[in-house]
Design a protein around this ligand. Structure first.
Ligand SMILES: CC(C)=CCC/C(C)=C/CC/C(C)=C/COP(=O)(O)O
Length: 285
């Protein structure tokens, strides 16, 4: 089978392809036309600043030795070298492949993106789950519990949850503002109470909140086993509903879960004890 590189020697655009010219899959760059006579600058850089030394080392490389005994002579050897040369771009290729899979999967899973979608009838339920993970009910509910709590332990837990929720809103806003990934094209922007950064989708604020609050509740509330399962199920459903509603891509939610999980560690590290609270309140009053 002819190598794709041989078919498209001068194609631009930078998308690498998989080639199997010698029965072995390798990445080959389509960005630059092949230059058989001299190695590219980044190969020289990797092997030392002296181009002659670099050429010498390249000719001593096992790849070159293997290539010289191959059926197509030096051309084949160079093709194998190409495989080595474009290794630095492997991460870029992997990331763009992941992104493509992410977009494809997110579009396929966005089955409640509008009423006419295949699962459009489930949309009201998904929107209910969306509200259950929204920042405002969580902040308002926690503030209310803090106000109503008559035990020091209860107040301590609620205050730390409230601080965690504020931290979550701030961190998510920062990451969204920095990354600026747009929401999926199939999303209908009909969420309630959003800020300007909420036009961006990475990470999912609902997913960070679900992960952080889920961990928090499991760690600080004494819950029977069925309720613990329910908390976990709720967190998973919040994440799933983001993709099904078309609000987010899968990676936004996955990263959101991870970020929320880590945020809980931060809350634990910066835990406000009653003593710290008294000190803080003493300074304030
Ligand atoms: C105290 C304060 C600034 C509260 C803000 C609460 C609030 C409105 C959070 C935003 C909730 C929201 C719509 C987030 C977007 O979630 P995604 O999952 O779509 O990223």
């Amino acid at each position: 089978m002819p190598s794709p590189k041989a078919k498209n020697p001068g194609r631009g655009g930078g998308s690498p392809v998989f080639g199997s010219s010698n029965g072995r899959y390798e990445f080959m760059s389509l960005t630059k036309p092949l230059n058989r006579s001299s190695p590219p600058p980044h190969l020289l850089q990797r092997q030392g600043s002296d181009p002659n030394t670099a050429r010498l080392r390249a000719s001593e490389s096992p790849t070159r030795r293997r290539g010289s005994s191959s059926s197509t002579g030096s051309g084949q050897g160079m093709a194998e070298e190409d495989g080595i040369r474009i290794n630095p771009s492997f991460i870029r290729v992997a990331l763009s492949s992941l992104l493509a899979i992410d977009l494809w999967l997110s579009k396929r899973l966005g089955v409640c993106a509008c009423e006419d979608s295949s699962w459009g009838s489930v949309r009201p339920l998904m929107k209910l789950i969306e509200i259950s993970g929204h920042g405002i009910p969580w902040l308002a509910g926690t503030a209310y519990c803090l106000y109503k709590s008559d035990s020091a332990a209860g107040q301590e837990v609620m205050l730390n949850l409230f601080m965690g929720l504020l931290l979550d809103v701030v961190l998510v806003a920062i990451v969204k503002a920095v990354v600026r990934r747009r929401r999926p094209a199939h999303n209908r922007m009909d969420m309630f109470a959003t800020f300007s950064v909420d036009r961006y989708s990475f990470p999912s604020g609902h997913a960070t909140r679900a992960a952080m609050c889920g961990r928090f509740l499991l760690a600080h509330l004494v819950l029977a086993a069925p309720l613990r399962v329910l908390v976990l199920l709720w967190a998973v459903l919040v994440g799933l509903s983001r993709v099904m509603l078309g609000r987010h891509n899968v990676t936004d939610v996955m990263f959101g879960f991870w970020m929320g999980y880590c945020q809980y560690n931060l809350v634990e590290m910066a835990w406000l004890s009653p003593q710290t609270l008294q000190g803080l309140l003493g300074q304030l009053i």
